[in-house]
Design a protein around this ligand. Structure first.
Ligand code: SF4
Length: 398
């Protein structure tokens, strides 16, 4: 197996994303698509036809220039034709990753078939361990199957990365999830704040699952220490910068930092695949849209004269504008009163939309501005992080 290189160079990601349909073999309590997974008559519930999925992949490769893709379902390993789709993806130069609970891969031959179809790696959702995991995903025996699947990945040489959502139930397990990542040779671990995204914006969130930032930080730092000691890339998504000590801020990716994570999604192609026609079984595909055109639809930029053809707006600016729209308009992130005195406010999203209603703004801890003035470069902290670069990306990312 080719080993990835590491770098502190930050460049824009070329990874796309697709949702094949919200059909799943688990029922995670914190799922962002919970309602669509449950409702069989929801237009996004059924898997799309293979030809439509291939057309989306071709567009990401040929129009948006993506060279990798995160394939989501629901659960993509139960998608009929997943091996043919992954084979097509690898053939056109779009290296496929499956975002998966991996339960299907408890059968070694299923794991081997995916490996043989050209899957580059798996991003396995490890949201806790043991009975705790079974409870949170709603299926008894799920943890045992997931561990068997990870054993199979090691046996067949399938690279893995981990996703772990920071719900209250996962906090006691974070360090052990990190140790598990070390033991199976995971190439990266992403800890993801439990946000009010998609179906979770509709009021189901409660204190049963939502933890205060100050509850999350100690076990999170402990897990980061485990991964740092083992030299494994660790990313923390959507966590306010002031909520961890400065030495750990290199791991924190708010919306302005995400485009510089090669394991995250390209805002340009994401703006297109996120449109309903690309997420439903029925119908054709939407007209193509550039990131600048997508930004211009937002009230934040709609009134800006010449926004669409202003030569002074760089590509990095376009991604930053998209980040601000995503944080403030799509997800309702908010600054508290103390943020006004923070030297990092320009590059931080603040607290997630409904957080203050649960816990208030008392945990805010404004960061002192450096002597040169407030921090304005989104890469200020993440430029210190050593990130893995897959061999296929080495020519442009190193
Ligand atoms: S802007 Fe607010 S939430 Fe972000 S680091 Fe500063 S004080 Fe914390």
């Amino acid at each position: 197996m080719n080993q990835p290189a590491v770098t502190t160079r930050r460049v824009l990601t070329r990874r796309g994303v697709v949702w094949l349909g919200q059909t799943c073999n688990l029922r995670c309590r914190f799922c962002y698509f919970q309602a669509r997974i449950e409702a069989k008559d929801h237009p996004e519930h059924p898997f799309m036809a293979l030809d439509k999925a291939k057309a989306i992949f071709d567009t990401l490769r040929n129009h948006y220039g993506n060279n990798a893709i995160d394939i989501q379902g629901g659960e993509p390993t139960i998608y009929p034709g997943i091996e043919e789709l992954c084979s097509h993806s690898a053939t056109i130069g779009l290296m496929p990753t499956l975002i998966t609970n991996a339960l299907v891969l408890a059968k070694r031959e299923a794991c081997q078939r995916l490996k043989d179809s050209g899957v580059r790696d798996l991003l396995v959702s490890v949201h806790g361990l043991g009975k705790n995991y079974d409870d949170v995903v709603g299926v008894p025996g799920a943890h045992v199957k997931q561990m068997a699947a990870l054993d199979n990945c090691v046996a067949v040489g399938m690279p893995v990365r981990f996703n772990c959502v920071l719900t209250k139930s996962s906090l006691p397990h974070l360090a052990d999830v990190a140790r598990l990542a070390v033991s199976v040779g995971a190439r990266a671990v992403n800890f993801i704040a439990f946000n009010p995204f998609e179906d979770q914006q509709k009021g189901e969130r409660s204190l049963e699952d939502v933890a205060a930032y100050s509850e999350v930080a100690p076990p999170l730092v402990e897990a980061l220490d485990v991964l740092r000691a083992a030299g494994i890339e660790a990313n923390v998504r959507y966590f306010p910068l002031c909520q961890v000590p400065e030495a750990y801020r290199q791991h924190l990716y708010n919306f302005q930092q995400l485009p510089y994570d090669l394991h995250e999604w390209d805002y340009a192609s994401w703006s297109w695949t996120d449109m309903k026609p690309q997420r439903t079984r029925e119908g054709g595909l939407s007209p193509l849209i550039s990131l600048r055109q997508a930004n211009f639809r937002s009230p934040m930029y709609k009134g800006v004269p010449n926004y669409l053809d202003d030569p002074n707006i760089s590509v990095d600016d376009e991604y930053r504008h998209s980040a601000l729209i995503r944080a403030r308009e799509h997800c309702g992130y908010k600054y508290g009163p103390a943020c006004a005195a923070c030297g990092a406010q320009d590059i931080c999203d603040g607290f997630h939309g409904d957080y203050a209603a649960f816990f208030g703004f008392g945990e805010l801890a404004p960061i002192a501005a450096p002597s040169a003035g407030p921090i304005t470069d989104p890469r200020h902290y993440i430029s210190q992080q050593r990130k893995t670069v897959e061999p296929e990306d080495a020519g442009w990312a190193l």
